[in-house]
Design a protein around this ligand. Structure first.
Ligand code: SF4
Length: 245
């Protein structure tokens, strides 16, 4: 069986140019720059992100609000009887698993910090180091670490890849068909200019996510009205090779 060809520097440069072109079109289509959707500190963002795993936004938001209302600090959540934490986050999926998990994460952070739980010190680390610190916590993957750094008030330029973003990038050929959401983070981030700030990285993620929600649907993508159809082998194949722009 022949070995698969190794991507060349020219291939990579072509992919980078394509990622930027798609970025510009999608940002124009969906109205970038986008406003950051909340103002949580990094630890609160991490907890919110852990609650949101496989949960509808409205339900995880309600669980988060109930948890904040029930306990005055994250240290109090850590030290509370697990049943009370579980009851507070009951609107989200699997509260019986997430309650002990949250407490374990808070314990680990508290032990490593040697004081009250906080993640504010991540602001002083290079992005890669801050991501590695977060991902060394059991159960924290690349999407959660990037969301914690980017969506929180730290506003650090780390890019999360959610299921919409992943699907759009895959159909466009920015990543291979077998690359999962986790490994996609490094590959897609490598295509972005290294000097992009948090707003640019956020716009990129949001634009891809909106495209997945509003056009590149999971079951029947609306390729006929897609602004990046000419860049998309998947869409062109669906439409029988006819590029309409
Ligand atoms: S052409 Fe179709 S498959 Fe490709 S990005 Fe657009 S909507 Fe998605």
């Amino acid at each position: 069986m022949p070995a698969s060809p190794t991507p060349t520097l020219a291939d990579f440069a072509t992919l980078q140019a394509k990622a930027l072109l798609v970025h510009e079109r999608l940002c124009a289509q969906y109205g970038a720059p986008f406003r950051f959707f909340n103002e949580l500190d990094a630890l609160s963002e991490l907890i919110s992100s852990l609650l949101s795993h496989r949960t509808k936004n409205a339900d995880s938001h309600r669980a988060y609000q109930q948890l904040r209302a029930r306990f005055p600090t994250w240290d109090a959540v850590r030290d509370a009887p697990t049943a009370e934490v579980e009851a507070a986050i009951s609107p989200c999926t699997w509260p019986e698993q997430k309650a002990p998990r949250l407490q374990a994460v808070l314990r680990e952070i508290g032990e490593r910090c040697g004081g009250p739980c906080t993640l504010d010190f991540l602001a002083d680390m290079p992005v890669a180091e801050a991501r590695a610190w977060l991902e060394s916590i059991s159960g924290v993957g690349p999407k959660t670490s990037a969301a914690t750094l980017l969506f929180s008030t730290l506003r650090i330029a780390a890019m999360p890849v959610d299921s919409h973003h992943h699907r759009v990038a895959q159909r466009l050929g920015l990543i291979g068909p077998k690359v999962g959401e986790g490994p996609a983070h490094k590959l897609l981030e490598a295509l972005l200019p290294p000097d992009w700030d948090a707003q640019q990285v956020y716009d990129h993620h949001e634009a891809f996510m909106y495209h997945g929600q509003k056009c590149c649907y999971f079951h029947t993508p609306a390729c006929g009205r897609c602004v990046v159809l000419d860049q998309c082998p998947f869409g062109q194949a669906r439409l029988g090779g006819v590029v309409k722009l």
